[in-house]
Design a binder for this molecule. Sequence first.
Ligand SMILES: [Zn+2]
Length: 192
Amino acid sequence: MQNPFEAAQIHEIVREGLAQVLGSSVDEITPDATLVADLGAESLDLVEFRFEMETKLGVALPKSNVLDLLATALGGSEQLYDERGGISELAAEVLRRSAFGYSEEQVHAGMRPYEVAAAATSAHWASFTHAIFDHLPATCTECGADKAELAVSGKAVCAGCGAALEAATGDEVMAEGVRAALEAIGHAQPVG
Ligand SMILES: [Zn+2]
């Protein structure tokens, strides 16, 4: 099924959710504002934001992060960090190719993992959340229809019968993104 959301729609929902959680106005949540440094989000705010998004959209946002999944895919984290604990060029490249859509300015080799986490903006979360809806089932398990639409509730439903649709989880989308990035870079992965 095709993604029933436009990227801008998801970004609007993400901005509204952040504004609500942070007690700020939607106008303050600009695409470039980092959630932690610019908007002052604390970890509890981010937990609440995740819950808001998951409830509103009926999705599971990732519980892992890209670096951990990359370590799993490579069978260890030796290639991910330099001797000072900064991320390697390989790690930076995989992060930039992830569905978060980091630019070279935002994520580069030598950054510490906490700096990568702190670089996240509403645009990154919108981009990732939108990508989750690129992973809807091929057809509805209830009626076999192959088209999704948005219900009045704002959730993605089957256009044939209105059944709720379950997209892949954020962790699945992230793991697939890591595999695809490694393949695109031409990096050999362990067999298995
Ligand atoms: Zn259906």
